[in-house]
Design a protein around this ligand. Sequence first.
Ligand code: SF4
Ligand code: SF4
Length: 475
Amino acid sequence: MGRDLYKDFHYIQNEKTGVLFHNKSLNYYRVFDENIKKYFKSYFIDHETRFYKEVESILDTVTNEINNSYLDNYFSQESYNGYILEKLVIIVTNNCNCRCKYCYANGGSYGLDVNNMKRDEAKNIIDYFVKNFRVIYNIQIFGGEPMLNYDVIKVICEYFENLRNNNIIDYMPQFGIVTNGTYLPSEAIDIMKKFRFNITISLDGDKIIHDSLRIKKTGEGTFNYIKTNYIKMIESGINKEKISFECTYTHKHIENNISFVDLFKFFRNEFDCLITHITPVCIEKNNFLSLNKDKEIIKKYIKEAVEYTFDTILKERIINSCAIITEVIQRLIRKIPMQYICPAGVNNLTVTQDGTIYPCFMFIGTDLSVGNINISSDEIMSNTKMFNLKFNAKFLDDSCKTCWAKYICSFCLGSFGDIKNKDRSYGAEIMCIMMKEILENVLLKLAELKASEENWQILHKVLFYQDEQNRKTYS
Ligand code: SF4
Ligand code: SF4
């Protein structure tokens, strides 16, 4: 192949559409001319060189028209950490009443002694972060199962409220909680209501699939508990918009022919939830639940899922989808590049009961801690920077450096699996396949949609409306 121009571009085509994606600017161009499509296909897809001169001249023209400095400017302006925390995850307990089949945390304990955070520990932790960080936008309460220590959740919220009332902090953070939904004391409902929590419940689909994966210590399925508690929350006056669901997608779903679209429809019909978080399971490749053997069917499900997402936008004027797809649409439309694989450690940190700090809860119990609340924030920042350069920065990773999706992909580094040994078969490989498939299908759809001013306007209206709603709900 001629010069290295092909590295900056990616070409995709289906029966109807051809799209040239310039990865550095996040610009994409629909190709109508059948000859040009033929050139691009031979060059990018079949790796033939027959049309290389023609292709090179087109790519040269496109490159000259684009201001390449866009990304350089973007990244140089990005304040690295900047002592602003987008999200602080507080582990209030590593105790759990469940034993999910794929638990990433060894039954919630992360392989450590089981402990509930104490009131004083919670206050010391908050003091440390408030003193050392200019702003903390979000506090995420996490476990184990955090509801098992709801007393301390209350202490945390009231302590922040007190700091705000005394003008020690300028803003109240937005509180959130991730729960397995099986245990819900009424006092916990009162706290979540009063402090307007965003509540994420882990639920893997209908009763049959969910109960085969997410079980209590006794082995009993948990679907009915979750459903009952969900109704209890709604009846207590918690706005259903404040409740979302996280579904861990496994080989068991594939075995039961449950596609992504089936899940979108299930959460919409059963819980009125339009956008679900769907995360591929992160587990050793030899485990029965691993998706490593399901790459082709996953690609098919993603194609369907993107198709369905755009269909609901255009026909129903709503988005019924999953977060990973809607975020890609938003990033491509708004041209938001991603330098790191994940926000873990970039602007998110996790703190455990004893004040140990990690880039993400997925690394608790490993030696990937970035310090604790007894050391200076400068030291934490410097350790975090090292973590990011080693594990999170795409421009330094061997597989990412040559990947066409490197300026736009983003997902959970924790579900990448064994990042320490750079073992991609654990979770990363399937995440990358999914991300690239989503990107390709979304790019094709966006390019098609742009050809109709009316459809393009509808897409914008629906996206902005959804954003507006989220702002209202979450502020
Ligand atoms: S609820 Fe969460 S922490 Fe508890 S066993 Fe299930 S996945 Fe693990
Ligand atoms: S899709 Fe995977 S390989 Fe490609 S840049 Fe993103 S993380 Fe790296």
